[in-house]
Design a protein around this ligand. Structure first.
Ligand code: MN
Length: 356
């Protein structure tokens, strides 16, 4: 990724000047390409759609393109209910665009592909990540705020600052992005998230928001969940769930979310092999540092990770790994996490193992 050609540096916007600086930049361009994670989550979709709205308000046409898939049923419902238009990156001519933005991710992150020949002009994100290769000096507009609960809040803040009234489609997309990344405004929340939520609130389509939040789920989802619950190992305050091979990275994240709700659990470390990647999700209680825990957990295992506040995720390449190599990796991760949490190994309970 270090070979990515970069736009020339420009003056750094500060404070409320960010929306004005972004508007100035877009006014000098004609066609914007918005990119995000390979398999985008609601915050990246919301932030991307919000940036498209901002560009539209300046008179700049844009496309939103992804390299992977929309995996989770809720995310598919978000695209369907809100009529979000997504292109596949490989179907577009990159040369047709004179401006490229990365939203809710940064070039150099493990779960993000920068297409060949792309010059990155705009980076809007809230993740901290050791693998981030770009800094404020590398692109024309760089706004990474690790204190923001959601990228959708940062983008919503531009619309708010610019006095744009959001359509119900965009307000609902941004609101769902904020809700998912902040667990309904309960986790990693900053004053920006609250201000943007208040601004969006009158414009949210609440029927659609409900339909997105609780979509129907396929039978294979429940099968994967049943398998996952059989792999749960409970330690004192820490829950581990090494899934072995599993259906999707989303299931790894979803199981981690669910297990953190268990009484007495301070941290969850969940992992599973999907294709040639071992995916890891870490959740900690409010005030916990999920990124520190995932870095400790993945110590010596390679791969890349990122996170914010009490949520972190990562991936470790495992091309051609056999079952023994997979098991070895999972044991190593488990050992690292227990050590980092100061918990003795060897005394795990499983679900259904209790006497009472
Ligand atoms: Mn996010």
């Amino acid at each position: 990724m270090s070979t990515t050609p970069l736009a020339p540096p420009a003056a750094r916007p500060a404070g409320d000047g960010r929306a004005a600086a972004l508007r100035e930049l877009l006014r000098s361009r004609k066609r914007l390409l918005v990119l995000t994670h390979n398999n985008p989550d609601p915050d990246s979709l919301g932030g991307a759609a919000g940036l498209q709205e901002f560009a539209r308000s300046v008179g700049v046409a844009s496309r939103l393109a992804i390299a992977g898939k929309i995996l989770r049923a809720e995310n598919q419902a978000m695209v369907r209910e809100l009529g979000l238009v997504l292109d596949r990156v490989e179907d577009l001519q990159i040369a047709d665009f004179d401006c490229v933005a990365f939203v809710d991710t940064q070039p150099g992150f493990g779960h993000t592909i920068v297409p060949a020949g792309v010059r990155v002009d705009i980076v809007i994100d809230h993740h901290v990540c050791a693998e981030g290769r770009l800094g404020a000096a590398d692109c024309a507009f760089f706004d990474v705020r690790t204190d923001a609960g959601a990228t959708s809040s940062i983008v919503g803040g531009y619309l708010l600052a610019a006095g744009v009234t959001p359509s119900s489609q965009i307000a609902t997309a941004l609101a769902y992005g904020i809700r998912t990344d902040t667990a309904d405004l309960s986790r990693n929340v900053s004053p920006l998230d609250l201000a943007v939520w208040d601004y969006l609130s009158p414009h949210i389509d609440r029927q659609k928001l409900a339909a997105i939040t609780n979509p129907r789920l396929p039978v294979r989802y429940f099968e994967a969940l049943k398998q996952a619950l059989s792999k749960v190992r409970l330690y004192d305050g820490v829950t581990l769930c090494s899934l072995g091979r599993t259906a999707s990275a989303e299931m790894v994240a979803e199981v981690a979310d669910m297990l953190l709700r268990m009484e007495g659990v301070r941290a969850v470390f969940c992992g599973g092999l999907v294709g040639a990647q071992y995916h890891v999700s870490v959740r900690t209680e409010l005030g916990g540092d999920a990124w520190a825990l995932i870095r400790a957990g993945m110590d010596g295992a390679g791969g890349s990770c990122g996170g914010h506040g009490s949520v972190a995720g990562g991936a470790i390449p495992m091309e051609g790994a056999d079952t023994r190599a997979l098991r070895r990796l999972e044991r190593r991760l488990e050992r690292n996490v227990l050590h980092a949490m100061g918990v003795a190994g060897g005394n795990a309970a499983i679900l259904g193992d209790r006497d009472d």
